[in-house]
Design a protein around this ligand. Sequence first.
Ligand code: SF4
Length: 269
Amino acid sequence: MGEVRVSEAQAHRADLESLVAEAVPELEGAAPEQVLAWALSTFHRDRIALCTSLQDEGMVLLDMAWRTWPGVQVFTIDTGRLPASTLDLMEEVRGRYGIRLEVLYPDADEVSAMVTNHGINLFYESADLRLSCCDVRKVRPLDRRLASLDAWITGLRYDQNKARGSTAEVELDLAKGGIVKVNPLARWTHEQVLDYIRERDVPRNALYSKGYTSIGCDPCTRAIEPGEDLRAGRWWWEGGDKECGIHYEMKVNERGETVALSMRGKADG
Ligand code: SF4
């Protein structure tokens, strides 16, 4: 590994900002392995982590990061509503890579209050309640973990949907307290992800072989029909952007649709 440039103590946000300003042109269009190598040699090992929901992109990154640095911190979120195949994949990952896969959980009291007030399947009732469920089960556990980091690594790609169109390899994540967000696969296509998986025999969620193309919680994910968008199987009963609030601040518009707010636009304005 290269020299660590960010101290073990929590880095100052101004330092992170200038680090990103320097890295953006340097890493624009770089290979994912190069972006990962930069990230893993720039931040202290305890202050950077890979966040993955164990979908194809996250598995590719996990495989790449493990090859770069087997001790990389990796975490995932068990929302309490995941399909059994995702839980099985967690075990497969632990066996295959021998890593300590950190599993985050939502706060039990928050889940209890939400379910007591609105029922276990509140997400089908309105976009507001769906976003509340994603907030309690995914966003808050993530935010708690990110509060102890200077950088997180994600599997975001440019072409996943229009809300993700501005994804860069490295950016300042203003929605997460101004830490650095590293997106090594920003410019990869879905085909490149699949090619990597085939070449390296990377483990996959069993639901992919049943027509699923984007896999989240069991009640909010279905297989897609031929010709449908790759994320059409997420929250299919809703209009709007297919996001959960992990990467974008979400709101419900006047038509009752979920809309992802651009973090950059928010910062600019
Ligand atoms: S995907 Fe569905 S079940 Fe999972 S946190 Fe969001 S609304 Fe809740």
